[in-house]
Write a protein that binds this ligand. Structure first.
Ligand SMILES: Cc1ncc(COP(=O)(O)O)c(C=O)c1O
Length: 396
């Protein structure tokens, strides 16, 4: 067993004991007790699928929405449970009507899959994609605010803003941006894929038009668990990607938004059913409440980044208060030859295959460079970043 990657909590995860796992950020990692809870739901489904979908599931999903709403402060009726943030972003983009010349703002640090969804909609509608240039390294968050606000014109209809950027790990000043943009009548789509469980989210207070967040990343849910929050005044515009029974079910005392998002066809909803269990039980497992988990992970990411930057002689690429539980370091300004976006960097493979360290290293075209991104989670410890720093020093 690789002793470097062991702490008193790592035993609760099924992660490969030989690997130093420093990439919680990509797909999360789910503790065993959560997977057992998911299996319990799957077995319950298969005992009587009819009873499950017609009697048990509706209540279970209401409980899941209530548990999420409680953690992110919103009305549980404004939440749709979906599979992932990519589908949340697509749901909004494909529901809204864009006209020729409408402008959509997206920072150059946006997650490529979501950027693709914007490009797709723009191509179909004639809308214009306005890419906001944000530098990295970056010295203060005001630069982000200024650069984004400079992109605003009277044609701006929507801005997609990350809570935490994927390639560069920046904690965005999203609350300030939502205030400024929404006050100008611009709808903000908050891509909080790195959101619930990682940073405090108070959706009522933030006030974004739309927010989507993954539960399978920092909330430890099984894969395929996310939510989409749509502000009440906009719900009549938003339709699920899949049109199903909800379109024609008599309204009763519910809303079309509820009916349409509550049933999008038969599917495995077990990951979503585990959410109340997770929110309650994880805190007991790790003996920290959710705020303490976030603070713990933030401190560890700050420390891990410092260890690596010091060892490599690289200045911190942004102030500590601009990162949360992931941190990106630019290891060179140029791409290494022939490595393109989406292709594994040879250093990533070397770290994994030779040194058993799972950590992303990638090329990003704008701001161009080669980046390494660490994650910090309760199963990680400082020794792991020291080891990575030592190996990086040797490899680079
Ligand atoms: C900022 C951001 N948006 C969206 C996503 C997509 O998440 P998913 O693949 O779960 O849809 C990610 C995934 O890493 C992300 O980092």
């Amino acid at each position: 067993m690789n002793q470097i990657g062991v702490n008193e909590l790592s035993k609760y995860w099924g992660l490969d004991e030989e690997t130093i796992f420093l990439n919680h950020g990509s797909y999360g990692a789910t503790p065993r007790i959560v997977l057992e809870e998911q299996t319990r739901w799957q077995l319950l489904l298969e005992r009587d699928p009819v009873k499950f979908f017609e009697e048990i599931a509706p209540d279970a999903l209401i409980n899941s929405r209530k548990a999420i709403a409680n953690l992110v402060n919103c009305d549980y009726n404004d939440l749709a449970l979906i599979e992932n943030a990519t589908s949340g972003v697509n749901t909004i983009l494909r529901s809204l009507n864009f006209e020729k010349g409408d402008e959509i703002i997206v920072p150059n640090h946006a997650y490529q899959a979501c950027r693709n969804a914007i490009d797709y909609i723009a191509e179909k509608s004639g809308a214009v994609v306005v890419t906001c240039e944000i530098p990295f390294p970056i010295s203060k968050k005001q630069i982000i605010i200024d650069n984004i606000m400079e992109c605003v014109t009277e044609k701006t209809k929507l801005a997609m803003i990350d809570t935490v950027t994927s390639p560069t790990g920046l904690l965005m000043p999203f609350k300030e941006l939502v205030d400024l943009l929404e006050s100008k009548g611009i709808n903000v789509l908050l891509d909080a894929a790195h959101g619930i469980g990682m940073i405090p989210l108070d959706l009522e207070n933030i006030g974004a038009s739309f927010t989507t967040s993954n539960c399978h990343k920092w909330l430890f849910a099984p894969k395929g668990a996310a939510f989409l929050h749509v502000r009440k005044d906009l719900q009549h515009l938003i339709r699920p990607l899949v049109i199903s029974h909800g379109m024609t079910i008599p309204l009763g005392d519910s809303t079309r938004f509820r009916h349409e998002f509550d049933w999008t066809g038969t599917r495995d909803i077990s990951a979503l059913c585990t959410l109340p269990f997770i929110i309650e039980e994880i805190t007991k497992l790790v003996n920290m409440n959710w705020d303490e988990i976030m603070i713990h992970n933030n401190k560890l990411a700050v420390e891990g980044r410092k260890i690596i930057c010091e060892k490599l002689g690289i200045p911190l690429p942004c102030p500590d208060d601009m990162i949360s539980s992931i941190a990106t370091i630019k290891i060179s300004s140029n791409a290494i030859k022939n490595v393109k976006l989406h292709e594994p960097d040879p250093l990533h493979l070397e770290l994994l295959e030779k040194y058993n360290i799972q950590v992303p290293v990638w090329y990003w075209p704008n701001p161009e460079g080669r980046y390494i991104r660490i994650s910090a989670q309760v199963y990680n410890n400082e020794k792991e970043y020291r080891y990575l720093a030592k190996i990086l020093k040797k490899c680079l």
